[in-house]
Design a protein around this ligand. Structure first.
Ligand code: ADP
Ligand code: MG
Ligand code: MG
Length: 870
């Protein structure tokens, strides 16, 4: 088997095998761009490494050695050579880009002898020692997992001793001394001397990159971004280009369009006399890419050409890494750039207008999950105008965030878990901060540019970020900072604007987002291409209106129990629960009827004739009973019972497993009068609205929850139909209605052919169906799911991403059994999964008629539905 490919042997279509980085290095090589040459070890080799118990087997080792020889031939350099030593970078590269998640080692191949050679040859000892100390640092960190901080402490100490502020001010001798200190540190921590043999270094580094596929932050990133663990990472071994040889050298990152706004034009940063991560890590604040033109006119002109070539070639915005060595340009990476949702929409539309992409392609280019940010509140324009910023950084990732200041990622997680909105304020962020960044409303950093870690990751997560606010005087240790003449402590409230970079003291009110401009254009295209309808889960006219603005085509789930909790109604409902006779229960329910009828009327009106699915009472009764002594007393008085009697009734409702207890249609079987009341409310409201709006196609869909047997449905349906028909006859109306059922118990799926004979529609309640299929409660699963992720038993939470293998099979079976029995049966889904893009795709594939999701997810579902059918 071929495990290794030269860059000249690959191309962009081979990303599964070569990873994104490797495939694109090959592609750039093919189209004649200046790329330092090397080879790629395949993702399959990574998988093999794990299969072999985290070892690189003989065959793969053999091929690696073979390719080192080939590379030595191509470059005319040799590992450890006394004349012309080969130095390489060892870079990870997964199929889907995972920026900063895995590890890279630069300058590999150095030892003291080689340092001497390159130092003499270049007549640049400073550079030679700088490379060596960087190599030791990266190798120790990545391969031996000796924490970076030990080395950084040594650097800081050195800088203090020399009275300098920046790395570049250290002399050759300083760096040499540092290299020795680093080696000592290594020996002390690892227990062995630092390896001198380049081939040993290389195998160590390759192994470390394979291993980094399994590091915790990569695992978290994969779970968030739906990247399967089984994919593995490729490893790229590439000869070095040096940006740290002096002032005619440098390194940069650039985008062909602005990743925050999508605006056309080169956008990026450049740092002279620097290597690799220096730009991203925010070690020094880099210059804008445009300033590079004055310092490196030739390399810049060439780079501009390269940008055009790449954008035309990939027909998408490119994110590139490059290095200038003694005035000469080298391309180190290109990929379709990560971008904010806003930029994604603009770029997609622009590419269509520029004739580079079709509308279908434009729709497919948008990651539906990203839209989330656009749907969330923005600062109120008026309030924003009236406010004076107390400072300004770079608007690195748009959005509006307002929250309490915290200083560590752990605090961010902890505070967020107790429901606080927080802004994570850091000198700079690093990949370890990922979970904290996710928990925060926004991120504010003191150092770093538009391509710093914080900026890139925040954009990826669609989270608001202001980066590089150098005016902040930071005291991380004591959890405080100064800005605009004021000192801020943990818990103080600030607001940050990720578009302008402005930072404000206190709260700035926010307003809801709108679908307009490019967003509107893309959504209109999406609607053109999709087959699947999108409804919403809404219980109130307000949510329903919001959802309609966002494009919902109906209500797929209205949970009626939510309407019982308001003050007057809950009292009546409790009286119903504590009644001894049917008559008493009916009397109590009659008090609720007018309220519920009003609710439904408002819902129908908000939907203007679009379908409304109303689910009858679902939760067990004990969820409604009073817990406060005063409420119990009130209830006792209303029912003419003693407090003890009421307490006995409440105790009697206790269930060991309420999720599988007396709920759903089982309530109707015991208390038909509840369904009767709800039917009256549904139908009476419909008659009223129908009379006012004859042109609307109003047809309420009554949905019976938790059915597991057709006889159950038959029983409940009979009650509903008798009641409804009587109402319609009395009112002399011609209103139509439907009765259908949820499919949320495996037995219902298994007997869907029987159930279909009694149902006008099915709707998959995949929350319950998932819970019942797995046999674990969604309220308790959180406690053990982490252990399942850690042990690679699960990669995702089956409650947020539909389990297509098991639960999905039940869905498919239901459809297959149900449709032939009742050809007019319409089928939808209303669990949480209805708004998850990969689940929506599945729903399209198996032929559902609609998905229903929470209002804010409606646009996501519309887009995902379109992508599924393109
Ligand atoms: P990441 O995926 O985190 O960006 P990379 O493998 O791209 O990691 O490398 C990290 C940094 O090192 C980048 O800035 C990259 O440009 C630089 N780099 C990688 N390989 C080389 C090389 N052969 N010569 C010079 N710089 C390199
Ligand atoms: Mg990179
Ligand atoms: Mg349910």
């Amino acid at each position: 088997k071929k495990w290794v490919y030269l860059f000249t042997e690959g191309n962009a279509d081979m990303r599964e095998l070569l990873g994104g980085k490797g495939a694109n290095l090959a592609e750039m090589t093919n189209i004649g761009l200046p790329v330092p040459q090397g080879f790629t070890i395949t993702t399959e080799a990574c998988t093999q490494y794990y299969e072999d118990g985290r070892e690189i087997n003989q065959e793969i080792r053999g091929q690696i050695n073979e390719y080192i020889a080939k590379m030595e031939k191509i470059t005319g350099k040799k590992f450890g050579d006394k004349e012309n030593p080969l130095l390489v970078s060892v870079r990870s590269g997964a199929r889907a880009s995972m920026p900063g998640m895995m590890d890279t080692i630069l300058n590999l191949g150095l030892n003291e002898d080689v340092v001497d050679v390159i130092s003499k040859k270049s007549n640049n000892p400073r550079w030679a020692w700088d490379c060596y100390r960087r190599f030791i640092q990266m190798y120790s960190d990545v391969v031996m997992e000796v924490g970076k901080k030990y080395f950084e402490e040594l650097i800081d100490k050195m800088k203090d001793n020399r009275g300098v502020k920046q790395d570049v001010e250290l002399t050759a001798d300083d760096l040499k001394e540092l290299a020795y200190q680093f080696k000592d540190e290594y020996k002390e921590k690892v227990g062995e001397p630092f390896p001198d043999d380049p081939k040993e270094q290389l195998m160590g580094a390759i192994k470390a990159v394979f291993r980094s596929w399994d590091n915790p932050r990569a695992n978290v990133y994969r779970r968030d971004n739906d990247i399967p663990y089984s994919w593995g990472t490729a490893v790229n071994v590439q000869s070095m280009a040096f940006g740290n040889m002096g002032d005619d050298c440098g390194t940069g990152v650039a985008f062909t369009r602005d990743p925050a706004t999508g605006e056309r034009g080169l956008f990026g940063e450049f740092l002279t006399n620097a290597q690799g991560e220096d730009v991203v890590a925010g070690v020094r604040t880099p210059m804008r890419i445009s300033e590079m033109e004055q310092k490196f006119p030739e390399a810049f002109a060439q780079f501009k050409d390269v940008c055009q070539i790449l954008e035309k070639h990939y027909r998408d915005m490119q994110d590139m890494e490059f290095t200038v060595e003694n005035g000469k340009l080298y391309m180190l990476q290109t990929r379709n750039g990560k971008r904010t949702a806003q930029a994604a929409l603009k770029i997609a539309c622009d590419l269509v207008d520029e004739g580079m992409r079709t509308e279908e392609e434009a729709v497919s280019m948008i990651d539906p999950r990203n839209l989330d940010t656009l749907l969330h509140p923005q600062f109120d324009v008026k309030a924003l105008k009236a406010a004076t910023p107390m400072g300004k950084g770079l608007g690195a990732s748009p959005g509006a965030a307002c929250g309490k200041v915290v200083f560590t990622a752990d605090d961010a997680v902890e505070w967020a878990n107790r429901g606080e909105d927080v802004i994570l304020v850091r000198l700079e962020t690093s990949p370890e901060d990922i979970t904290g960044m996710k928990s925060a409303q926004g991120i504010l950093t003191v150092r770093g540019g538009m391509t710093s870690h914080a900026a890139v990751v925040a954009r990826g997560m669609g989270e608001c970020c202001v980066a590089g606010c150098g005016d902040i005087t930071m005291d991380e240790e004591n959890k405080r900072f100064k800005l605009g003449g004021k000192e801020y402590h943990e818990g103080d409230i600030i607001s940050i604007d990720g578009s302008t970079g402005n930072i404000y003291d206190g709260v700035i009110p926010t307003v809801d987002a709108q679908i307009a401009g490019e967003f509107g254009r893309i959504m209109a295209w999406a609607d053109k291409f999709r087959r699947l309808k999108v409804r919403t889960n809404a219980d109130t006219p307000r949510d329903a209106k919001k959802a309609r603005e966002l494009g919902a085509e109906g209500i797929g789930l209205c949970r009626t129990e939510h309407m019982f909790f308001e003050a007057d109604r809950i009292a009546a409902f409790r009286e119903m629960i504590c009644s001894d006779t049917v008559e008493e229960r009916v009397e109590a329910l009659d008090k609720i009827l007018p309220y519920q009828q009003g609710d439904f009327k408002a819902l129908y009106e908000a939907l203007e004739g679009n379908p409304v699915t109303i689910r009858f009472l679902d939760p067990p009764l004990h969820e409604f009973v009073p817990t406060e002594e005063a409420d119990i007393k009130k209830l006792a008085e209303a029912k003419g019972k003693s407090v003890d009697e009421i307490k006995d009734i409440i105790d009697g409702l206790h269930e060991f497993n309420p999720m599988m207890g007396h709920r759903g249609c089982r309530l109707t079987v015991a208390y038909p009068e509840i369904a009767r009341m709800q039917t009256k409310a549904v139908i009476r409201a419909a008659i009223e609205v129908h009379n006012e709006h004859k042109d609307w196609d109003l047809r309420p869909e009554i949905m019976i929850p938790l059915v597991c047997d057709v006889k159950e449905l038959k029983f409940v349906k009979k009650i509903v139909v008798e009641t409804a028909d009587e109402e319609i006859r009395k009112a002399n109306s011609d209103i139509k209605y439907e009765v259908g059922t949820m499919i949320e118990i495996p037995r219902a799926a298994l007997t869907a052919n029987e159930i279909a004979s009694e149902a006008d529609f099915f709707c998959f309640g995949t929350n319950d169906l998932t819970q019942m299929t797995y046999g674990f409660s969604r309220d308790d699963a959180g406690k053990f799911l982490d252990a399942y992720y850690d042990n690679k038993i699960f990669e995702n939470d089956p409650f947020s991403k539909l389990d297509q293998t098991g639960v999905g099979k039940l869905l498919e079976m239901t459809i297959k059994l149900g449709r032939p029995v009742n050809p007019s049966l319409h089928i939808g889904i209303c669990g949480e999964h209805g708004g998850d893009p990969s689940s929506v795709e599945f729903c399209h594939k198996i032929g559902l008629d609609y998905v229903s999701c929470s209002p804010f997810r409606v646009p996501i579902a519309r887009l995902a539905a379109a992508q599924a059918s393109i």
